[in-house]
Design a protein around this ligand. Structure first.
Ligand code: NAP
Length: 333
């Protein structure tokens, strides 16, 4: 089958189109003929080898974490899916490969795709939808009436997180550049900070939750806008010791992550707020709940551009520029 492959870690030159064997179907797997895949910054980090200590893949690997398609085979133990089902998924973390014609995925990671979306739209949802769900609902326990700051509201995660937070009844502030201010307001943001003109920490006070998607300076300033007892969740790092434990990483890496996150954990403590790093996980159950919100009209997909399968490297380069509004899709079939 045709696929986009990484033979050795590097930059854009290390991705090539080629042929790979059809993935093995285990008892609890569904085999999916991929129709569309979405690009995530995660694909770039994997390509460049930035995550090889945390996600130690054996090369060559097929890139790609996010997809939808049609079930064309099921393992002996599969109960929930049958051939012909239209499904979507954030693929299993240890068996990625969405930039390909076929993939095997554990039944538990898959859900029936939202009925109201076409294939390109549905492929835009799984990874960012699950990230928004797991940060705002599972980790931060965001409730109606609370105030949440979502950094980078025009990005893949931001566009869905704004809509989910509004659905939960929260007041939503977000950061974006001048050109996107009205656009993120239309998505539902109540307060929009143009980061080219204003500093969010000078404007916002007494927030309950911050979702950091940017790291660096933005993360460092974020504890200051939280009220005591508030929750700071970062998906851009630095990773903390609990994350290392959760991933089953060796003791040495846990100590490395303790050091890397020391500064932000100390700052969080000083401001009497909590800090944690979250790495999202696949979940068919949560995708079913997100799908219901989409079909009810509470959340809509935001697709910036669709590239043909043969232009997957161009799609990766487009996301690498860091200016995408919502999601970038590769149409595989
Ligand atoms: N840990 C996890 O489980 C997890 C899950 C998902 C994503 N992530 C990470 O989270 C980050 C965001 O992911 P994504 O998919 O949302 O990325 P993305 O879609 O590529 O983000 C692009 C957006 O970021 C905005 N942006 C860039 N710099 C900004 C700034 N200083 N302030 C506000 N907005 C800014 C851009 O808007 P402008 O053009 O207006 O600047 C653009 O719309 C990535 O690093 C990704 O790897 C982690």
């Amino acid at each position: 089958m045709k696929a986009f492959i990484v033979d050795r870690y590097g930059s854009s030159d290390s991705v090539r189109a080629g042929d790979m064997p059809v993935p093995q179907l285990r008892d609890d797997d569904v085999l999916v003929q991929i129709h569309a895949a979405s690009i995530n910054p995660l694909d770039l980090k994997i390509r460049d080898g930035k995550l090889k200590l945390v996600l130690p893949y054996r090369l060559p690997i097929i890139l790609g974490n996010d997809l939808d398609g049609v079930v064309v085979g099921v393992g002996a133990g599969v109960r929930r899916f049958k051939a012909g089902d239209e499904v979507y998924a954030r693929v299993d973390t240890d068996r990625i490969g969405a930039f390909a014609e076929l993939i095997s995925i554990r039944e538990d990671s898959v859900a029936i795709k939202p009925k109201t979306l076409n294939m390109e739209e549905a492929a835009s949802i799984p990874l960012v939808g699950l990230t928004a769900w797991q940060t705002l609902i599972e980790r931060a326990n965001l409730k109606a009436g609370q105030k949440v700051l979502i950094h980078a509201g025009s990005g893949g995660v931001g566009t869905i997180a704004i809509q989910l937070a509004k659905h939960l009844g929260a007041t939503v502030a977000t950061t974006t550049s001048t050109a996107n201010v009205d656009w993120v307001k239309a998505l539902g943001a109540d307060v929009v900070i143009d980061y080219r003109k204003d500093d969010f920490e000078a404007v916002l006070r007494d927030y309950d939750v911050v979702l950091d998607t940017l790291g660096g300076d933005v993360l460092e300033k974020s504890p200051r806008v939280l009220k005591p007892g508030g929750t700071l969740v970062s998906i851009s790092g630095p990773p903390d010791p609990d994350f290392a434990k959760d991933m089953g990483l060796p003791w040495v890496l846990r100590q490395v992550m303790r050091l890397l996150s020391h500064r932000i954990r100390k700052s969080a403590k000083r401001h009497r707020v909590s800090y944690s790093f979250l790495f999202m996980k696949p979940s068919g159950d949560q995708l079913r709940e997100i799908g219901a919100l989409i079909d009810s009209g509470a959340i809509r997909p935001v697709v910036d551009r669709v590239f043909p399968f043969g232009s997957t490297k161009e799609a990766l380069a487009y996301v690498e520029q860091g200016r995408a509004k919502g999601k970038v899709i590769v149409k595989v079939r």
